[in-house]
Design a protein around this ligand. Structure first.
Ligand code: ADP
Ligand code: ASP
Ligand code: MG
Length: 417
């Protein structure tokens, strides 16, 4: 008998019919003689809807109460799925994150898992039950309910798979695997039979929603066998593993994009030692996640800085910078939102000069100017205005020879916002 963790995302449990489909899928696995632990997300757009409701009540959302609110979404899913599974004749039991033993840091909204005590999960498995666990949630040392960050149910699944030494962690979603880019944007995206943890981690960090970055990190560190497949069909999925069997000699293996990028510019900052440490230290203290940082040459004793943050953090970042003005004087503070970061990723890039130049050419051929660039050994990212992003991703996909020969993508429903 093998032990599987099966994770179903929001769109896979979007309504009662889909919930029944998931129940059937899990029952099939159980009937094959396997142990099954199921991790579920909130139904459809529930989490977004809960956040929108709170926003109608306040401009300043208290992080603790937001976690209290958001975790209700997953609690609805686990109970309904357990009901659906029991209705077709299997024994099942649902657990919240804390009942399943998820201990986390205290920071609300993006708490890291610190420990898992899966005793109740293991006991229920021993009793022959299908165990259903709420994704994306845990409890801090002082008994506060926390969440793991948007999309965090993937991480719940992988962490649980590691903790109970499952044979595999299967992520069931609305696409049938990991593609060379988002198959909803580029129809001729190519499905990858496998991908390395490192490349997938880079893609996930750069915005590929198909897996939560921490889930990939966790899988790599604990050697969890991770598979992405569809909850709507039985196609073979994509395996994430140490060494991928992807074609050798491929320079760029994937393209990711992050739609919700904001750029903040601080102009005329006195160019004295300690300025950067002061600015970014203040942002770090407030847990504002800063991504690309660019300093332009100093003139007349002052310099200009630009950096990017997630669009949802722009107001907070501006407040922090304004509050440091006494210590770090500047002339002007500006921000731009609704920018997109497009990134090409590939382990083969390091030994191929000219890859970045090709990316710049493709973007400029579309008449779009590049606002910021950031590179590492295995990626190049460009920040641009959002308008022509679909065309640019498609053009990059073709330029790096990623287009599938035949149209590969057979999607599930597209009903998310
Ligand atoms: P779930 O609700 O199951 O967690 P997500 O929306 O978080 O689903 O992730 C699945 C989505 O990820 C797909 O619908 C697809 O649009 C998107 N996606 C982005 N990049 C990729 C990629 N490289 N391969 C597959 N899907 C991708
Ligand atoms: N429901 C949470 C979210 O929408 C967690 C998840 O779906 O993984 O972010
Ligand atoms: Mg997801």
């Amino acid at each position: 008998m093998s032990l599987f963790v099966m994770k179903f995302g929001g769109s896979s449990v979007g309504d009662t019919e889909r919930m029944q489909r998931v129940a059937k899928r899990v029952a099939e696995k159980k009937e094959e003689g396997h142990g099954c632990v199921v991790v579920v997300s909130a139904m459809g757009d529930t989490t977004d809807d809960l956040i929108d409701t709170a926003k109608r009540l306040s401009d300043n959302l208290p992080a603790r109460e937001m976690d209290m609110l958001m975790t209700t979404g997953e609690q609805i899913s686990i109970s309904l799925l357990s009901i659906a599974i029991q209705a077709i004749g299997h024994e099942a039991v649902s657990f919240t994150g804390w009942q399943a033993g998820f201990e986390t840091e205290a920071n609300h909204g993006s708490a890291r898992i610190t420990n898992i005590r899966p005793d109740r999960v293991l006991k229920a498995l021993e009793d022959g039950k299908i165990v259903i666990v709420a994704g994306f949630q845990g409890m801090s040392e002082d008994g506060e309910i926390t969440t793991l960050g948007r999309g965090g149910s993937d991480t719940t699944a992988v962490a649980l798979a590691a903790a109970i030494q499952a044979d595999a962690c299967e992520i069931y979603t609305d696409v049938d695997g990991i593609y060379s880019t988002d198959p909803r944007i580029v129809k001729c995206a190519r499905k990858l039979p496998s991908i390395s943890y490192d490349e997938m981690l880079e893609l996930a960090n750069l915005g590929a929603a198909v897996l939560h970055p921490r889930a990939v990190e966790y899988a790599k560190h604990n050697s969890v066998r991770l598979i992405v497949r569809s909850s709507f069909n039985y196609n073979e999925g994509t395996v994430v593993e140490e060494e991928s069997s992807m074609e050798q000699g491929v320079v760029v293996s994937g393209i990711a994009y992050d739609k919700n990028v904001a750029r903040i510019s601080i102009l005329g900052v006195s160019d004295v030692p300690g300025v950067l440490a002061g600015l970014f230290g203040a942002l770090a203290a407030e847990r504002v996640d800063v991504d690309i940082i660019v300093q332009s040459g100093s003139q007349g004793g002052t310099a200009d800085f630009s950096f990017t943050v997630n669009g949802s953090e722009v107001e907070r970042a501006l407040q922090v910078i304004e509050s440091t003005r006494g210590k770090v004087p500047y002339r002007e503070l500006t921000s731009e939102t609704e920018l997109v970061k497009v990134s090409i990723v590939g382990a083969g890039m390091v030994s191929h000069p000219g890859v970045a130049a090709e990316m710049f050419r493709v973007i400029s051929d579309q008449g779009v100017s590049i606002k910021m660039v950031s590179t590492s050994e295995i990626k190049v990212s460009c920040v641009i205005e959002g308008e022509k992003v679909k065309d640019i991703i498609a053009a990059l996909h073709t330029a790096y020879n990623l287009d599938a020969q035949e149209q590969a993508f057979v999607g599930g429903p597209q009903d998310r916002r």
